[in-house]
Design a protein around this ligand. Structure first.
Ligand code: NAD
Length: 251
């Protein structure tokens, strides 16, 4: 299927993990993509790899989503490279597992600034363009942690809960301009960053006791839902938070 021929997409945090799988999915279906990330080397390598594999144009942009000037510049870059933007995916995020006594002000600020403020700033930067053309799709990256609390993630839960409510608020505010806004809420997804946290014992317990499908998810299984939300198949889906968690929160 090449559902996204002629569609122009911007994905933040697209160099690795779920973001990279999302860029790859859109490009494989014919979209032109701007991949933004703060990690230059990985971003440039991912853009090159995906554009060679898919024959779609993938342009890297280096910037930090928590910095307003970088977000405005990334939107400007996307407008220049692609002639417009149809879909914004706010994926960039950081997460730390630590009890409340050990959360430094630095980690609190980083989590809120990247995951929550970064989402807000990118939405704010793209909205004038979407309003002008009276169309656009925003897909925010929340988490199961935005729907239910999880021990040792106070900062992350606060940020992702905020992303769910940014999504609902903007759905109400921007729907009349034909701008659709939704978010995805993945559970445990097997990315390099999660693997690096060395949670092996915890993961087995999770799989055995908390995830009814008895496995963790793959980045591609989040990317496919993001692609659905961006497509016309989701034309009346708006203000929604879609769990992608193997049934974890069904309990
Ligand atoms: N992996 C999971 O289990 C899981 C579950 C639910 C939600 N999520 C969310 O999905 C998103 C991606 O997670 P992942 O596991 O793929 O992470 P990851 O660490 O593999 O990739 C995140 C990417 O974002 C980039 N990034 C981080 N901070 C940035 C910033 N300030 N500006 C620009 N780029 C930045 C990183 O360089 C990296 O390339 C995050 O928002 C995360 O909270 C992940």
């Amino acid at each position: 299927m090449r559902r996204f021929e002629g569609t122009r997409v911007i994905v933040t945090g697209g160099a690795r993990g779920i973001g990279k799988a999302t860029v790859a999915r859109f490009a494989a279906e014919g979209a032109t993509v701007v991949l933004t990330d703060r990690d230059r080397e990985t971003a440039e390598a991912a853009a090159k790899e995906i554009s060679e594999e898919t024959s779609s144009s993938v342009y890297p942009f280096i910037g930090d989503v928590s910095v307003k000037a970088d977000d405005e510049a990334s939107i400007q870059f996307a407008l220049e490279k692609m002639g417009g933007i149809d879909v914004l995916v706010n994926n960039a995020g950081v997460y730390y597992e630590e009890p409340i006594e050990e959360i430094s002000e630095e980690h609190w600020d980083e989590t809120i600034n990247v995951d929550l403020k970064g989402t807000f700033l990118m939405c704010q930067a793209v909205v004038p363009h979407f309003k002008e053309k009276r169309s656009g799709v925003i897909i925010n990256m929340a988490s199961t942690n935005g729907i239910a609390g999880e021990i040792y993630y106070t900062h992350y839960n606060a940020a992702k809960g905020g992303v769910v409510l940014i999504t609902k608020t903007l759905a109400i505010e921007l729907g009349p301009f034909n701008i659709r806004v939704n978010c995805v809420c993945p559970g445990y997804i097997d990315t390099e960053t999660v693997q690096a946290m060395d949670l092996s014992e915890f993961v087995q317990d999770y799989i055995d006791n908390k995830i009814p499908l008895r496995r963790v998810g793959q980045p591609e299984e989040v990317a496919s839902v993001i692609a659905f939300l961006a497509s016309d198949d989701a034309s009346f889906v708006h203000g929604e938070s879609i769990l992608i968690d193997g049934g974890q929160l069904a309990d």
